[in-house]
Design a protein around this ligand. Structure first.
Ligand SMILES: [Zn+2]
Length: 112
């Protein structure tokens, strides 16, 4: 049975899977310019700059949105759209934890 991961450090350690592709997540102390996150589609890698946990979590969602757009066939990503969706998703996740825990805990075989 899959273990439900509820800890950000575990998420970083385990990486994430989007569209069947496993992305590693690495934390770095320095990134170029004002960049605090980057998704590399060729290397299946998300890089996050070390900062406050909430900022890193929001940035991770932001990079996941880029990956979803990429896998959806969008070559051009409007940074404002990505940021808006990621910020809203973060807020909805935070404010509706029970809904997402219910989704996570859905047993295999149940209607999905
Ligand atoms: Zn971006």
């Amino acid at each position: 049975m899959d273990k439900v991961i509820c800890n950000f450090e575990d998420v970083i350690r385990n990486g994430i899977t989007v569209g069947g592709i496993h992305y590693r997540i690495v934390i770095v102390d320095e990134m170029a310019g004002n960049t605090i996150g980057e998704a590399n589609y060729e290397r299946d890698l998300i890089t996050l700059k070390r900062c406050e946990p909430q900022r890193m979590q929001e940035t991770l969602l932001h990079e996941i949105m880029h990956i979803i757009f990429y896998h959806s066939g969008f070559d051009e990503h409007n940074e404002r759209d990505i940021s808006s969706i990621a910020t809203w998703l973060y807020a909805v996740l935070k404010q509706n934890k029970e809904v997402f825990f219910a989704i996570l805990n859905t047993r295999q075989g149940a209607n999905s």
